[in-house]
Design a protein around this ligand. Structure first.
Ligand code: NAD
Ligand code: DAU
Length: 350
């Protein structure tokens, strides 16, 4: 079996669902169920014995040791993290705790488990660390896209914590020989994303007739990766990636935020005719330290492992919007009191 951390969150749950749709191999899913974790994401697996869910913290060393010795995974795919930049600006401590200290605890427990494996199982074992393009910092309009050798220059508390975790993973490979893999990907979007991130937040606000809050001048650029394409890339890296290597994953879809929101409004109008969603766009105060541009050079994973994204931004976005329109109960459950408190804190003064 494989151990997945953070498998009740956005990307983790999509990965677990995809994995079990394509493979008979069971998944042990360790997730703390923070505000971002949601068992509703995994409802389709309720009666599936191949999915074993454990609520727990990646920082809990005793729990990790027990789970590893009981379940004996052949690989770990590590998604669990605090993942929202704006929250990291309001409260960075949780980001150090989970992303740095938690990843360290997971690496230590993995090292102990892996060291005691027979040699052939040690060689086949993989620790796949899911990271972000934000560790590379911010690009100017004419700069080349981030490659795997771009120097680290994290700018937000979130990206600093992810950069730190990447360095710990690298050190465990270099020092102990732990067979690690690291992926750095761009902005994911798709079903089951918590509506604090740009695209689902805009969908929720648009449908509710609320303002669509664009930070600053809306000219910041992100590369957009459909979550299904990301899950396929992770499977390929796990299967064929070379231990110790880093792979950048991108969606071939660099866009300015304002263009993203206008495209989203067009898709929404096509699916819910008769409403002018774009009239809800409102410019609000910028995010402090807001990175201007991210762009991914994904040549390495394409050349070495044969992966490239299948979805265009339009096709991925249409599937995403349809999913949100078809899953009103999921949305109602998620837009709870705690969610409303976050929205009040982040957007109140705007
Ligand atoms: P998410 O916030 O939707 O989910 C994170 C999950 O981790 C939640 O289920 C949460 O309950 C769980 N978790 C948090 N702290 C935990 C802890 N201490 N122990 C166990 N579980 C814990 O995040 P996501 O968007 O799915 O991102 C997954 C990973 O991918 C993260 O490592 C993130 O940094 C990385 N990433 C995300 C994106 C993106 O666009 N969403 C892009 C690049 C990289
Ligand atoms: O690049 C990968 C990263 O993408 C991941 O590592 C992070 O986990 C993920 O959250 C995401 O970070 P961003 O900060 O780029 O994503 P977010 O959805 O928060 O914002 C996307 C862009 O939209 C960014 O330029 C800020 C802007 N934005 C965001 C929100 C929430 C707005 O203009 N208005 C908003 O209300």
């Amino acid at each position: 079996m494989i151990l997945v951390t953070g498998g009740a969150g956005f990307i983790g749950s999509n990965f677990v669902l995809d994995w079990l749709a394509q493979s008979a191999e069971p998944v042990l899913n360790l997730d703390l169920l923070t505000y971002a974790g949601n068992l509703g994401n995994l409802a389709a697996l309720k009666n599936d014995a191949r999915h074993v869910f454990v609520r727990g913290d990646i920082g809990d060393s005793a729990l990790l040791a027990r789970l590893l010795s009981e379940h004996r995974p052949r690989a770990i795919v590590h998604f669990a993290a605090e993942s929202h930049v704006d929250r990291s600006i309001h409260g960075p401590a949780a980001f150090i705790q989970t992303n740095v200290v938690g990843t360290f605890a997971l690496l230590e427990a993995t090292r102990a488990y892996w060291s005691a494996l027979p040699k052939n199982e040690q060689a086949a074992f993989r620790f796949l660390h899911i990271s972000t393009d934000e560790v590379y910092g911010s690009l100017g309009n004419d700069d080349p896209a981030f490659s795997e050798t771009t120097p680290y220059a994290p700018n937000s508390p979130y990206s600093a914590s992810k950069a730190s975790s990447d360095h710990w993973v690298r050190a465990y490979h270099h020092t102990y020989g732990l067979p690690t893999l690291t992926t750095n990907c761009s902005n994911n979007y798709g079903p089951r994303q918590f509506p604090e991130k740009l695209i689902p937040l805009m969908i929720v606000n648009a449908l509710a007739g609320k303002p669509l809050p664009v930070y600053g001048d809306g000219q910041n650029v992100r590369d957009w990766l459909y979550v299904g394409d990301h899950c396929a890339a992770i499977r390929v890296v796990l299967e064929k990636g070379v231990a110790g290597e880093v792979y950048n994953i991108g969606g071939n879809a660099e866009m300015k935020n304002l263009d993203v929101v206008h495209t989203l409004c067009r898709v929404l109008t096509a699916l819910r005719p008769g409403r002018d969603f774009a009239s809800q766009i409102t410019f609000v105060k910028d995010r402090p330290g807001h990175d201007r541009r991210y762009a991914i050079n994904a040549d390495k994973i394409r050349r070495k492992l044969g992966w490239q994204p299948v979805e265009t931004f339009e096709s991925g976005l249409t599937q995403t919007v349809r999913w949100y329109l078809d899953n009103e109960t999921w949305l109602t459950n998620i837009t709870s009191k705690a969610y409303q408190q976050w929205i009040d804190l982040q957007y109140a003064q705007q």
